[in-house]
Design a protein around this ligand. Structure first.
Ligand SMILES: NC(=O)c1ccc[n+]([C@@H]2O[C@H](COP(=O)([O-])OP(=O)(O)OC[C@H]3O[C@@H](n4cnc5c(N)ncnc54)[C@H](O)[C@@H]3O)[C@@H](O)[C@H]2O)c1
Length: 306
């Protein structure tokens, strides 16, 4: 397997959840090409085995652990597998995910719970198990979470997913403070890529068909929407895994197609003070000229570039 020229992860070990296909597969392949031993995880046993085969065929190191992330038990199994196989754990990437889009009034408890169990609880349990192992090893580590634009801005039909992905951004900003002393960085990637998950969004269906025929995504999507392929996202994970990113923590970093970006921490955009505090009337009197003079946008409508 040809090692990445600049980033060498030889001797390191990584877990990527949901790495049977899509972004997770591209993450795992990129880590293996840089020399890391990888634990592939997925609920789909066949996809997980194909992912392992794609890596070992190139001379890389990979094993599969088929389990649904979410529970503490699943997370412990993944970390144990990495340690048994490679003797250590250096990176945990919590990528596994599902969508169950539905407007609030039609969303079932099951749809809410599956999405939050996989993304939010899965991120918590996997990061916790990994950080316990990394703290015991005593030489730092990397936790890379996967958030989403939906979690930064909200998106029609994605109350469950936006809550989970917003929570994941908040957890990155929180755990970064907690893990700093142990030399463990915690960041969140905010990706955009043409995967099976995105192909289900109606506006992207024609482009997904083009990709399936082997056509590249047009520059209008790569630049305009920052939408590319999973392979366009994977280099950010490699960078975060590298020693060059040892000081980067608590960040939400966007990547997709030709675009790389840094998300701001939510912040107060306008502030007013009133001696003794505010009552409803004083808020109403000053609202339109004061803090409410321009309201914030909400929701993320995808508009295809002309
Ligand atoms: N593709 C994008 O543009 C995009 C944008 C923002 C965020 N994301 C996030 O990136 C991650 C990967 O998404 P993708 O687009 O590659 O999706 P995908 O559907 O192609 O791949 C997700 C993988 O996770 C697996 N999976 C689902 N539930 C699991 C579980 N409980 N345990 C283990 N594996 C499980 C699936 O079997 C699948 O192989 C997700 O967290 C997703 O929310 C993707």
């Amino acid at each position: 397997m040809s090692h990445n020229n600049t980033i060498d992860l030889s001797g390191q070990s990584a877990i990527v959840t949901g790495s049977g296909r899509g972004l997770g597969l591209a993450f795992a392949q990129a880590l293996a090409r840089a020399g890391a031993g990888v634990v592939i995880n997925d609920v789909d046993a066949e996809a997980a085995q194909q992912a392992v085969d794609s890596i070992t065929a190139e001379g890389g190191r990979a094993v599969a652990e088929v389990v649904a992330v979410g529970s503490a038990d699943a997370a412990d199994r993944l970390v144990a597998r990495a340690v048994e196989t490679y003797g250590r754990l250096d990176l945990m990437c919590t990528n596994a995910g599902v969508l169950r889009d539905r407007v609030l009034w039609n969303m079932s408890d099951e749809e809410f719970d599956l999405v939050t169990q996989t993304h939010l609880r899965g991120t918590f349990t996997c990061a916790r198990a990994a950080v316990r192992q990394m703290r015991a090893q005593g030489h730092g580590g990397r936790i890379v979470l996967v958030s989403s634009i939906s979690g930064q801005r909200g998106k029609f039909g994605q109350g469950n997913y936006a809550a989970a992905k917003g929570g994941i951004a908040a957890m990155a900003r929180t755990w970064a403070t907690e893990c700093a002393r142990a030399g463990i960085t915690v960041n969140a990637i905010v990706p955009v890529a043409m995967t099976q998950m995105v192909a289900t969004i109606p506006v992207f269906a024609p482009f997904a068909k083009g990709v399936a025929r082997g056509e590249p995504l047009p520059p209008s999507l790569r630049q305009g929407l920052g939408l590319g392929m999973p392979e366009d996202v994977a280099p950010l994970l490699l960078f975060l895994a590298s020693s060059q990113a040892a000081h980067i923590t608590g960040q939400c970093i966007g990547i997709g197609g030709d675009k790389l970006s840094l998300w701001s921490q939510p912040t107060e955009v306008r502030v007013a003070y009133r001696d003794g505090g505010w009552d409803a009337e004083s808020i109403a009197r000053t609202w339109a000229q004061g803090v409410g003079q321009q309201l914030e946008p909400f929701g993320d409508d995808i508009k295809l570039p002309e």
